[in-house]
Design a protein. Sequence first.
Length: 603
Amino acid sequence: MQRTTCVLLLAALSSLVAAGNDEESDATSTTASQHRKPNVLFIAVDDLRPTMGCYGDQNAITPQMDGLADRGMRFNRAYCQVAVCNPSRASLMTGLRPDTLGVWTLPIHFREAKPDAVTLPQWMRKHGYTAVSHGKIYHNPTPDPQSWSEPIRNLPRLPFFYPEGTRDVVRTAMNALPANDWRKNNLRGPATAAPDLPDHQLLDGARTDLCIEDLRRLAKSQQPFFLAMGYIRPHLSFVSPKKYWDLYDPDQLPVLTGQSIPEGAPPYAMHNNSELSHYVDLIDMPRPWDEAELSAEKARRLVHGYHACVSFVDAQIGRLLTALDEEGLRDNTIVVLWSDHGWKLGEYRGWGKMTNFEIDARVPLIISAPAMKTTGQSTESLAALLDLYPTLCELTGLQTPDFVEGKSLVPILRDPQSNVHQSVISQYYRTHESSEYMGYSMRTDRYRYTEWRDFASGTMKFQELYDHSTDDGESGSVSNLGKPETKNLAATVDPSVLNRLRTMLHSTHPPRKLSMTPAVHSNPSGPGRLPVEMTFENRTEVDIRVYPITPSGRRAGGRTLRPGASVTMNARIGGVYVVESTDGTIHEIHSPRWPSRPILIRQ
């Protein structure tokens, strides 16, 4: 290791330890210089709200995540930037706010919005790290091969986890749906399942096996590693081995009743619970504002399934951390555990995410780093997932790139009473009665202030205000999730409070026009709609994927080309195609021309 690298590492690690005398500083310098840069174990858990023992949930059985909190710092008020998978993860991994990146919804891949974005693992690779990924780090099915040092490994074939006959049940239900029902050809199985299978025969267990194999392989390398493991559960469907369901007595789990939509909130503040209506046993899932409620039996089954999945993932994280210890890597590895957003289990009669409320915007976040003097402590300081990019740069001794828009959390890791934010921002895009809105929600120490703007113009349409210093309504949330936001106080609070909060929000997110169409998109309405054949030839030694890009900027179904293969597509002038190699070395954008000529893809 070069001396400059050692100095950078020392600077990062010493920022976490209490100030000492000169002799202690010299000793730290000697120790740091004998080690390579710290590794990073980057653990993402999909749809995980703070249903964890270390966050005060007395029902949750999560000994492994609780143990990680004992060896790190727990952030009690960490927030995502958008409470849905794709934009949340894209923002975290690029270090860019959703408005800067131009990704607010599920369908748009960030490479179409900002092709030259430099992700966190890309940045670390540039500075000597090997970056390897497993599971869901970006939103599936676009894993961004440019981020990783090697192609993502494929899983072995796994058994069908639903009971025999499930496919017939789903087929019968689909046939009974109206012809124009959006689920007519894509209805899913039941929302829950408890197969009597070993851990490794379900998705997250099998991925953990592969991740552990790579951890042991990377441990033998002279290069530091950034190893990402993304768990899909507790995302729907709630499927985990039966033994994790058996950990819980369902009658002892909290099932919320008597819930209501926050008083005074606009009609577009809540989501419609449609995520659950994808599943065959919840086709008629009621919306929060419907008179009918989800039955107590179904609600209890969902709550039970969610907890079982959390415990299943907890066990896999334990296996991963055990392997880290067995390889002797714990003392030189930064471990980060995060979730992309929260999840409602009946709060506000809602099920799922996709709102700006505390229950969906707040996420668990645990950071454990070498040389920490604050292990086992927690902090009430505000934090954002956007902060992880600069935090890991500082902890690993890398220069933080100028483009990142978060702030390093290292000062809080050093002193849990310190603050790096006065406020953090979440946002959510919504359509309602043919109108488009962007809701910006600012969390301060005391308040959640939400401003809904017209998407195309930026004009303010509605304000919400919730006071977290008092119980602003009837109690209803699980205790570890904080006070519920049940009554909009914007119409009754002193106007100076609203003006002050609005000024704060506008300092980072001023009103502006927004466009949902990303930079890379087809333009079939442009001059000339001439049909033309477009041929791609793979002259490389790796697989490549060819994606047609729609006028809205979405990736249509991709085609895989093996080395030496070619494909001819029917295209039109104004179309756009993205070509990526599975090893991340190629990312090209092509449009058809007249006269037509083959596109030769070379490394």
